[in-house]
Design a protein around this ligand. Structure first.
Ligand code: PEP
Ligand code: MG
Length: 753
């Protein structure tokens, strides 16, 4: 049976549409099982009906015509019971409903199996027979297996609107669903952006004039560099004078050996410039796209964008710049950071992209600029929205195309409230994060991405609570050397001096891979990650430690943080290496001081060994992203289990409480640097626990400051006590959202004031 099943599944996966897939299934199942009829019914959610979508055996003309209510017919019995229904003489069943147009009165046995995805019944597969005897068990199990395999494909087609004609036209008031990219509400006119030249379709072509091609390529690269510098200057006015940090990444790529030298080498070997460029770009894309880390995968788009720009210049393509109306909302299959920059800043109201996520460069940039963005709107009808009115809600990830007047009016109101709120937040800039009863919390910024540095400084952060050193390692083609690293770290330490900067030692592995240090594992999150790697490679670890301590010379605002600690012996070994690096530097005559050292608390074992750890180090920093993932056994990047991933889970809260108590006994400060710190509901509980500092992305900082200043620690403690008695994360979140709403801070968790 297995080979047949495999071949059906393969054919189904290769089908061009759901309709094709269903037709294929009914034909193949009927043939394989030697039954008289196989049909597929799907649920039409809006009409609340089952619709016959494909059949082999019933009258073909009844496809699309046969519809029955959610409580009608045997199909509805299968859906209701969520299990196979295998009966003889179906017409005797009280729920049987006859459709004479199908010709089914001739069949005397019925097997129905539900198609279920994420606990939701999407449809039913049905077999029918002339003979009056139930179906054999192997037929039942075969059909169950097919239905389970089919469910995912149907759910996807449903989400992308592919199940055409099944339901009435979408009502204009119904929103399209995407992912929140940058908070805020945008109302404006859609301007659809198309990518530049299509780089993938460029053919290879032999050239007799490699010199001429090289010249053409270099000229185009220079033109793109100029273009990007001009954009950086223009946008600098908004991100702060002279801030070209984001574009440094682009310029770095334009100067990198791998992009430029490799293309030039290919031209020298005889390919014409566009073909050589395509080869290089595609090679990069393959590496980036294979990466598990979201941030890095998104970098593939930056490479593609650069490739298209260079190609455009080589072809002397005069790009027509669209007219950007006031309140432009950029819409496209894939909006890139550079498309966003081309819009005059005062005219840009929002961004809607069919692809991408929160970690796309364009979303990061939009957050830095305070422009609302919605990403990953699968259903976005890009071809049909240019010039239309659109609304993007960057909090909920909802998009409205051609909204009616009521929706428009409501969002205008919310937008005005938002404006009033952000003015209020800005006025908090220099005020301390102090609770009403005088408890002082330190608010720090998380950085590591080149583009984060300036916004972090401007956000009123009191230092850097987490500098992820992976980034300078990721954008290179080999491990960066000591001096190279020293310069990068020095810039960060100087930028924030005299405020503290907590630098985490290299945390690769898991979902963060280095292109030049691939790690293949079945269970990467439980494998060779973080400190496990650096302890196994002292030659990498020592270089990083030396670079950090040298960068700190004369500044002394560096603190060191060790990631992924799961065993105290790791800390002992790391401390020995830190002392060794320090001693060596002293011997070499360097003016270096031993920085404070902390461990990340992100593996459950670290919670239970907090005592032992506290005796060894100066502070704790909670990596709530990983801690949640390991405590709940939920992969932080897997959309299938995303609903189970919530840092407000009572188990996470209890673990944190235990940690804070242990740390208090040893007088060690605890900070939180995972996403929890920037989540207003969670931050309130952390405040109640007695956490001394919170570190988050710069864009969340002022909102959290407002929260801290609006509550007393006593009230936060009371909220925590209640939450600790609750049984699940949903209950905790509702309790906190309500409390924020009642305290006038609802605007932190939804659109409006
Ligand atoms: C965390 O795990 O919460 C954390 C801050 O580290 P990262 O997200 O880089 O794994
Ligand atoms: Mg982590």
């Amino acid at each position: 049976m297995l080979p047949i099943l495999r071949s059906i599944v393969q054919e189904v996966s290769a089908a061009g549409s759901v309709e094709q897939a269903l037709n294929l299934i009914v034909v193949r199942v009927k043939e394989t099982m030697g039954v008289d009829v196989c049909s597929a019914y799907l649920v039409d959610k809006q009409a609340q009906q089952f619709v016959l979508m494909a059949t082999d055996g019933l009258n073909a003309a009844s496809v699309g015509q046969v519809r029955m209510g959610m409580n009608e017919g045997l199909v509805s019995v299968v859906a209701e019971r969520e299990e196979p229904v295998n009966i003889c003489a179906p017409h005797n069943h009280p729920r049987f409903r006859e459709f004479p147009e199908t010709g089914e009165e001739r069949y005397h046995s019925f097997l129905g199996v539900p198609i279920i995805h994420h606990r939701q019944v999407l449809g039913v597969l049905v077999l029918q027979q002339h003979s009056e005897k139930p179906f054999d068990e192997d037929v039942v199990t075969f059909l169950v297996t097919i239905a389970a395999q089919l469910a995912g494909a149907i759910a996807h087609a449903d989400a992308s609107g592919e199940i055409e004609g099944l339901r009435p036209k979408r009502s204009v008031a119904a929103p399209l669903l995407g992912l929140p990219g940058a908070p805020g509400v945008a109302i404006g006119t859609a301007v659809v952006m198309h990518p530049y030249a299509d780089i993938d379709s460029i053919p290879d072509r032999q050239t007799d004039d490699p010199k001429g091609e090289l010249k053409r390529f270099r000229k185009a690269v220079d033109a793109v560099k100029k273009e990007i510098r001009a954009m950086a200057d223009r946008i600098g006015e908004d991100l702060g004078k002279g801030d070209s940090a984001l574009f440094d990444a682009y310029l770095l790529m334009l100067e990198s050996d791998s992009l430029i030298d490799t293309t030039e080498e290919r031209i020298r070997q005889g390919n014409w410039a566009p073909g050589a460029l395509r080869e290089t770009v595609q090679e990069h894309l393959r590496v980036f796209e294979a990466m598990e880390d979201n941030y890095l995968r998104e970098r593939a788009e930056d490479v593609r964008d650069l490739g298209r720009r260079i190609l455009g210049h080589m072809n002397n393509e005069k790009r027509q710049k669209p007219d950007y109306p006031r309140e432009t909302v950029l819409v496209g299959e894939e909006i890139t950071a550079s498309m966003l920059i081309e819009v005059p800043p005062r005219r840009l109201a929002g961004v809607i992209s069919a692809r991408g996520s929160r970690t796309s460069h364009v979303a990061i940039l939009a957050r830095a600029l305070g422009v609302p963005a919605v990403m990953g709107v699968d259903e976005l009808p890009v071809g049909r929205v240019d010039g239309r009115r659109v609304i993007a809600d960057g909090y909920s990830g909802r998009v409205y195309v051609n909204p009616n007047q009521t929706v428009r009016r409501e969002f205008r109101r919310l937008q005005q409230e938002e404006k009033a709120m952000s003015e209020k937040l800005r006025s908090l800039g220099t005020l301390p994060a102090k609770t009403k009863d005088g408890a002082r919390i330190h608010l720090y910024a998380n950085t590591g991405l080149v583009s984060d540095l300036k916004p972090s400084m401007k956000s009123g952060a009191e230092g850097v609570g987490l500098y992820r050193t992976e980034f300078p390692f990721m954008i290179r083609e080999r491990f960066p050397g000591e001096e190279e690293q020293r310069q990068v770290y020095r810039e960060v330490l100087e930028s924030f001096h005299p405020q503290p900067v907590i630098m985490r030692t290299l945390d690769v592995g898991g979902d963060k891979a280095l292109p030049y240090f691939p790690i293949q594992e079945d269970n990467p999150f439980l494998g060779w990650r973080g400190i496990r790697i650096t302890l196994d490679h002292p030659e990498i670890f020592l270089v990083q430690l030396r670079a950090m301590m040298k960068a700190n010379a004369g500044l002394n605002n560096l603190q060191l943080l060790l990631p992924m600690v799961s065993d105290v012996r790791e800390v002992d070994q790391a401390l020995a290496l830190i002392h060794r690096a320090h001693d060596e530097l002293l011997e070499e005559g360097e003016d270096v001081k031993l920085p404070k050292i902390g461990v990340m608390i992100e593996v459950p074992s670290a919670i239970y060994q907090a005592d032992e750890l506290a005796r060894r180090v100066d502070f704790f920093s909670v990596g709530s992203n990983d801690l949640t993932q390991y405590l709940l056994a939920v992969d932080r990047n897997n959309p299938r289990v995303a609903e189970l991933y919530d840092s407000l889970h009572p188990a996470v809260l209890r673990a944190l409480k235990q940690l804070v108590e242990a740390a208090r006994q040893h007088k060690r400060p605890v900070s939180v640097c995972g996403e929890m710190a920037g989540d207003p509901a969670a931050a309130l509980l952390l405040l109640g626990m007695g956490i001394s500092s919170l570190s988050m992305s710069a864009s969340s900082l002022l909102g959290i400051k407002w929260l801290v200043r609006s509550f007393s620690r006593r009230r936060a403690k009371a909220a925590l006590e209640r939450a600790l008695k609750m049984e699940n994360a949903g209950e905790v979140r509702n309790h906190l959202n309500l409390l924020l709403e009642k305290s006038g801070l609802g605007g932190l968790v939804r659109a409006g004031k």
